[in-house]
Design a binder for this molecule. Structure first.
Ligand SMILES: [Zn+2]
Length: 269
């Protein structure tokens, strides 16, 4: 990024934040409808309490929630802080991607993938399921990524497929062994599919790092999240989807350099 022009830097930083917040707002609404079995394409947003259709001023990301002090303009019912929190998070995420990838097609490319991961995390947190449409969307977007990659097309495809098949295959094998030992499902099918998808984007080495980071994050999340009536020992008791989403996002930002450094210690890089 050109650091010599502060006005321009500020402008594209704000642009990234607004784009990220708007994307987060859209994904939040989409996931909310998905979990409640509503049609995703169902017209304009409305208040979950009174059903009043929301106007443009009610839908400005982050700003509307704070301007209305977290209440509906029409019925005065509380609006969950989730809306503002998700929008702030995705604005922050978009700024990080901009500073990591600069003004290249990779920045918006990984922003869209990050928003798909956000949808996975929000949906899995509420319903303990990852609908296949998220995997399909991410696979199609990876195919579209072939158009902007700087790698030769052959290595883009081979590295992605190896990252997906090796890691998801390994996780599947490990989970089948644990299923036999424990006599119950240890890892959800949606989680294995998700590791296939993240492998497409990360390649084998960084996706392996992603497995380690995701497991650590899952343990932290399980300790932090309130136990919402889930049985101990239930596989859904560990929110693996949000952990994989967060781990993948961290790997997008710093996984490549970290793996190169680690392999370099053994003279392998
Ligand atoms: Zn209302």
């Amino acid at each position: 990024m050109p650091a010599n022009d502060w006005g321009f830097t500020l402008y594209i930083t704000i642009l990234a934040a607004v784009t990220g917040a708007a994307g987060g707002s859209f994904v939040n609404c989409l996931s909310w409808r998905l979990v409640r079995g509503q049609k995703v394409s169902k017209g304009r947003s409305c208040c979950p309490s009174c059903g009043h259709v929301l106007g443009v001023l009610d839908l400005v990301p982050v700003v509307s929630w704070f301007a209305l002090r977290g209440r509906c303009r029409y019925c005065g019912e509380r609006i969950s802080f989730r809306y503002a929190a998700v929008e702030l998070l995705s604005a922050f995420g978009a700024i990080c991607l901009l500073y990591r990838f600069g003004l290249t097609p990779a920045a918006p490319y990984y922003l869209v993938f990050s928003l798909i991961l956000l949808g996975v995390a929000l949906t899995d947190l509420e319903s303990y399921e990852i609908p296949d449409r998220f995997h399909v969307a991410a696979i199609l977007w990876w195919c579209a990524g072939a158009l902007i990659t700087e790698q030769p097309l052959g290595s883009y495809i081979i590295k992605g497929l190896l990252g997906g098949i090796l890691i998801a295959g390994g996780m599947l094998a490990v989970s089948l062994v644990f299923d036999r030992l424990l006599g119950r499902e240890s890892l959800g099918g949606g989680d294995v599919k998700l590791f296939f998808v993240t492998g497409l984007y990360l390649g084998p080495a960084v996706n392996l790092l992603n497995v380690i980071i995701s497991c650590l994050l899952a343990l932290i999340l399980a300790a932090l999240l309130p136990d919402s009536g889930r049985k101990p020992g239930d596989p859904a008791a560990i929110p693996f989807g949000p952990a994989i989403a967060a781990g993948t996002w961290l790997c997008l930002l710093g996984g490549g350099p970290l793996v190169s450094w680690y392999l370099g210690l053994f003279g392998l890089s």
